[in-house]
Design a protein around this ligand. Sequence first.
Ligand code: 5AD
Ligand code: SF4
Length: 468
Amino acid sequence: MPDRAAGDEPQKVFVKSYGCQMNVYDSARMVDSLAGAGFSETAVIEDADLVILNTCHIREKASEKIFSELGKIKLLKQDRLASGKNTTIAVAGCVAQAEGGEILRRQKAVDLVVGPQNYHRLPDLVARARATPHIVDTEFPAEQKFDFLPHASAQVTRARGVSAFVTIQEGCDKFCSFCVVPYTRGAETSRTPQQILEEISILARAGVREVTLLGQNVNAYHGENPDGSVVSLAGLANMVAKIPGICRIRYTTSHPNDMADDLLEAHATQKALMPFLHLPVQSGSDRILSAMNRRHTARAYIELIRRVRASRPDIALSSDFIVGFPGETEEDFLETLKLIEYVGYASTFSFKYSPRPGTPGADLTDQVPEDVKQDRLRKLQDLVERQRAQFNQAMLGRRISILLEKAGRLAGQIVGKTPYLQTVQVNADSSMIGEVVDVIISRVGTNSLFGEMIRTGDNAGARRLENV
Ligand code: 5AD
Ligand code: SF4
């Protein structure tokens, strides 16, 4: 059956993202780059001429989900074919990078497998896959995709609101022994400050007020200026803060060994930098930290937290934890609980260790039984849940600034965020979306806070661009 050429009729692309925020960002860039080839985005998969799954390989469950999803999409492809329509199926993201051609062997309906470093070639790859299916492109090309991908477009942004994610750094050279990222995303690279500032300026003009700077090792950011001088994450944050309209800056994810002095300093002096730090430690046991190749001790992490808090006393902390790394004893696990008790987290992500093929951890012999992992995860989550509830409870009665982000579920309600990344429901008019306002926290629910807006009189407009 002849395929409909682009330009015949508008082609539609459906993209589904799994995993981290970087995938969400990448998906938006893929849509932008395909727009140049005549595709428009659809949220209805049945209407799509091109379906892209942007996949995550970080844990086994995430990876396996893709194959069951592909089974369903294959049926959809058959249905559409029965009514004379072709569907091109592409697998992108970290599963694509890790499994490459193996995906085509497991699911023959897939036409294209494309790794994260090749998204700038997507329009060309799609055209090739339509002519001759079963294309795989998982090379790490010499050129940088960001030099070729279009910037975040104002059009995409308008649809997505006042808070945006921007990738500034990608890849990782740390090789923690549990992690696939150094293999799927490749070596650490930083985008240039010029590229990033230009992109954020476009976003700001489209109504974005808050940017989250993304990278697998974002605090290792080292962008090069045209004159060869190097800009750190702190330097970049200070430049971003000068962009008119941008009032809040966040960054994620950081490694403890890359928390530079100038970044701690920026937390003390740069008002736009939000007092929230996601700083994964993974474990509180030195033995396990060493086996994980984290290259720091629990004591060094705690000392770092002390310095972070000295710079910004109200900073809210967040971390990732893995329970059941090979060889983890009950004693090691108790060390992790002790660290959590000591630090006190506002939020956390915790996972059972999942052996990933190709990583050193997967070859270790003393894997922890599933029921032990499950039991430790539950205990850890009970503790961090108590800490989260306490952190939220402490907001009751406080005056706090929030960025009004989008309409709430109830009429007349707007959902906003505190500097500490808590969700707050406020009664406000939808015309105020994008403003930063002060509220008094009147109630603390399980998943969100409730706030009463403080009347700011006629200076409400002026507050719009204020840093908080
Ligand atoms: N098993 C379980 N959790 C993992 N993470 C990364 N790799 C694994 C794995 N193999 C977790 C880490 C990391 C977060 C993004 O995912 O905690 O910080
Ligand atoms: Fe994975 Fe993060 Fe370790 Fe890099 S620093 S290997 S991304 S866990």
